[in-house]
Write a protein that binds this ligand. Structure first.
Ligand code: COA
Length: 144
């Protein structure tokens, strides 16, 4: 079971290492509720102002092996440069590091093809329109 501390450290580290538009000025907002932790990460280098930001919102249920991707938005002048893909891939790395097996999301209007390209598919057994992807948790390797 991951703690808020593990989640925050992993998110910061993975975005810093995996996303080309990450920077020291990025902002992380955390909302901790009884059964979930919601975290929004803002990429300042690819944002215009406070109204148009590049950000991703993640929801963790620390006692469950799943994560919800609440929102992914790339500010309009920065679209179609591979940034959305980089962030979505980084989210998978975060999931793997935290031992989360499944990432779910409700696709926004017209974003379905983007998610399909990244390997997300209809989640059987869930309410309509949930897309999901199973990720294999990273193994921790011992030193040689
Ligand atoms: C969807 C969104 C996050 C994509 O971000 P992006 O940085 O423009 O996407 P990328 O440049 O990384 O594109 C990755 C691939 O997906 C494709 N793609 C991107 N948006 C697409 C769309 N709406 N429909 C179909 N394909 C799309 C790209 O062509 C690219 O494919 P390629 O590698 O074969 O050329 C961005 O358009 C956005 O913020 N949209 C508004 C909010 C939204 O819909 N968010 C999804 C929330 S669930």
């Amino acid at each position: 079971m991951s703690t808020l501390r593990d989640i925050r450290a992993t998110v910061r580290e993975v975005f810093r290492d995996e996303v080309s538009v990450s920077s020291e000025k990025d902002r992380l907002e955390i909302l901790e509720e009884r059964h979930q932790i919601q975290l929004t990460y803002f990429f300042s280098k690819a944002s215009c102002d406070s109204r148009e930001t590049t950000h991703v919102k993640l929801r963790f249920h620390p006692d469950r092996a799943e994560m919800w991707l609440g929102a992914l938005e790339v500010a309009s002048p920065y679209r179609s440069r591979g940034i959305g893909r980089e962030i979505a891939r980084a989210v998978e790395v975060i999931a793997q590091r935290l031992g989360i097996r499944e990432i779910n999301l409700f696709p926004l209007f017209r974003s379905g093809p983007f998610w399909q390209k990244l390997g997300y598919g209809e989640h059987r057994g869930r309410a309509a329109r949930v897309l999901s992807k199973t990720v294999v948790p990273a193994r921790s390797c011992s030193r040689l």
